[in-house]
Ligand binder design. Sequence first.
Ligand SMILES: *Cc1c(COP(=O)(O)O)cnc(C)c1O
Length: 397
Amino acid sequence: MTPGEYTRAVHTPVPPRPEQEPLGLPIYRTAAWAFETADEYRDVLNDSRPGYSYSRVDNPTADAFAQGVAALEGAGVDAPVAGQPFASGMAAISTVLMALTRAGAHVVCPREVYGGTYGLLSDLLSRFGVTTTFVDTTDLDAVRSAIRPETTVLWGETLANPTMTVADLPGLAAVAHEAGLTFVVDSTFASPAVCRPLEHGADVVVHSATKYIGGHSDVTGGVAVGSPELIARIRHDRIELGGSLSPDDAYLLHRGLATLPLRVARHCASALTVATALVDHPSVERVDHPGLTGHRDHGLAVKLFDEGRYGAVVTITPRGGREAGVALCDRLRLIRVATSLGGTHSKVSHVASTTHRQLDDDALAAAGIGAGAVRISVGLEDPDDVIADVVQALNSL
Ligand SMILES: *Cc1c(COP(=O)(O)O)cnc(C)c1O
């Protein structure tokens, strides 16, 4: 008997499953997968046979993206490197931190850590009994003395916002491993096209893929990479926490990988050109960019980063304090006032009123941040146009 109209509408012929390898990444936009038998379903859920069941658990498009990042981050590592995809950078960070702590555990974290990570540790995780000491991680002795018997994680950021402080990855890894801690590095500001922290002793690397990896300001995502053992624990907790990456977003992020080195090389070259052009402008008090020989971490950047790539954030502190910083943002024309970084378009934000708004002027000064500092994420435009825009804004202050 021919099935009825409604049944035929639902049960369309099974789509082809070609043996050939597609060059473009297929988007597996399905929430669920079918099994031949009930036992097969059980075995896939138990991880005792490979397969897909449900896209919060695993999805081939999302896996392809995470494996692509693992291949980039693990290029210089002898041991196998695995990856896990997430719906955002914060989904990756929260899942990694929950996987590596429990009630009573303690974390050591840089003072100048990304605001979302700061909030997670100081507010949310502290409600679950995880405590954190925020220290100046450029001082290895301070890191050592912050470690307690219950410490399980040392957190780091390859490049810190907005001072572009470079983490001493080998030094921090040695301190962490001496004490039996897991060393996790948020490498969002660098991307694997600048620095691969696993090569310098990190155990886990996390990214907000929303930034350079996606690269076009049109998708939110995150990723964590590390040894297969650690990544298996992180995957387990991702499945329970649910911050899994959607297949459509995974497709865009995966596409970003193909041009990541090209884009980041240009972002970085332009940023250094912009930083160099502005450092001697009479209205500028200070320019923070690790490609400048005057940046305090220039030597560390030369040692740890790929040649000529120092990240693409340039922080400019105009003379005239907070008001000058705000006015500088408002007078830029090409460079848009916008959140986030790492996209095709140059963006600017006034640090003291956005990413570091919790800090008063004294706290800003203690962190080495001027009240007028503006952070520019240098995009893919012609660097001369970016420079001209900043110069016309500075000249009008
Ligand atoms: C943006 C950012 C995050 C958070 O990522 P989302 O994708 O916004 O969740 C984490 N760390 C750093 C350094 C970031 O810049």
